[in-house]
Write a protein that binds this ligand. Structure first.
Ligand code: XIL
Length: 312
């Protein structure tokens, strides 16, 4: 069968997956290399991974994933520079003035984006800035720097690699609603201010049977603002155990999301958050749920895999 990456390319799309660096051998590596044209490090580029102690850097897994991507003619989505989660404890436990916090963030962005300049073509610069009601999430960054931490981070990322595409990424922003409208208004105002913003990431951590009916309309309204859109972390979780009816519904859900992206020219990348059920965050994060990815834990393609292929 034609690999997903080739089907996607024929539609002008990039097909991606999140990966774990240590697993990129054997069947996992073969599938990651053959089926996908973009890799997102699942954890390897987060601040807590790359700078576990202040001034002590660990780039091993991130470098490994970038090298694998280059060897397989794949893009890398850098994930993520500014987030409230998975930060090192020296950072979260520290007491910082606003000026110190700004300097820490600027240096972090310059260091990480600078290291991968020309190698990481897209960055999720800011991850998960909003609450469900569309207000800004209270975080280390928002509380210390105010809402303009977002504009500052984008500006610093642009300075570090002018060619990289810069995204804001969030979850529960797939359909039209309070949270996605807050993101829409933010992107609109950033564009009006001349702040560098190239795209919006819709994570799409979905629950079986709950693809928002307004997904395509929502993708289109972001595209109409003049930014690209990516589905960045697609998975569709179900209550375990899986059965054939649930797997069929999951296939329909994957197909609907894929078709919505295919329908909008500026939806440029469709990335799954792990391609095999053996490498998914779902079971450990949502007790009782799982089987969320297109391949089962033994690397057999599920109906969801065929559904993506059919919609591409
Ligand atoms: C998840 C990883 O997959 C897990 O391995 C880790 O324990 C927690 O983070 N939204 C994001 C991703 O933007 O970074 C998260 O990744 C999943 C939710």
């Amino acid at each position: 069968a034609t690999p997903l990456r080739d089907l996607a390319a024929a539609k002008g799309k990039v097909m991606g997956t999140a990966v774990t660096g240590s697993k990129l051998t054997g069947t996992y590596g073969d599938l990651a290399g053959a089926q996908f044209s973009s890799l997102t490090p699942g954890n390897a580029m987060k601040w807590g991974s790359v700078e576990p102690a202040q001034g002590t850097f660990n780039w091993a897994e991130a470098d490994q994933i970038v090298a694998f991507a280059q060897a397989h003619d794949q893009l890398v989505r850098g994930h993520t520079l500014v987030w409230h989660s998975q930060n090192p404890s020296w950072l979260t436990n520290g007491t910082w003035t606003s000026a110190q916090l700004g300097t820490l963030l600027q240096n972090h962005i310059a260091t990480e984006v600078g290291r991968y300049k020309g190698k990481v073509s897209v960055w999720d610069v800011v991850n998960e800035p909003f609450n469900e009601d569309g207000t800004y999430r209270s975080t280390l960054w928002y509380d210390g720097l105010g809402p303009d931490y977002i504009a500052s981070a984008l500006t610093w990322a642009r300075a570090a690699d002018p060619a990289a595409k810069l995204y804001i990424n969030d979850y529960n922003v797939e359909g039209v609603g309070a949270k996605s409208t807050a993101l829409y208004n933010l992107v609109k105002s950033l564009k009006e201010r001349g702040v560098p913003i190239d795209g919006v990431g819709l994570q799409a951590h979905l629950i079986l049977g709950q693809v928002p009916s307004t997904l395509q309309q929502n993708i289109q309204r972001f595209a109409d603002l003049g930014v690209d859109v990516a589905i960045t972390e697609l998975d569709v979780r179900m209550a375990l155990p899986a059965d054939s009816a649930k797997l069929a519904q999951q296939a329909a859900d994957y197909k609907a999301v894929t078709a919505a992206c295919v329908a909008v020219t500026r939806c440029v990348n469709l990335t799954v958050w792990g391609f095999t059920d053996s490498d998914s965050w779902v079971e450990s994060t949502f007790p009782g749920y799982g089987a969320a990815t297109p391949y089962d834990a033994n690397y057999a393609p599920k109906p969801a895999y065929n559904a993506i292929a059919e919609a591409l």
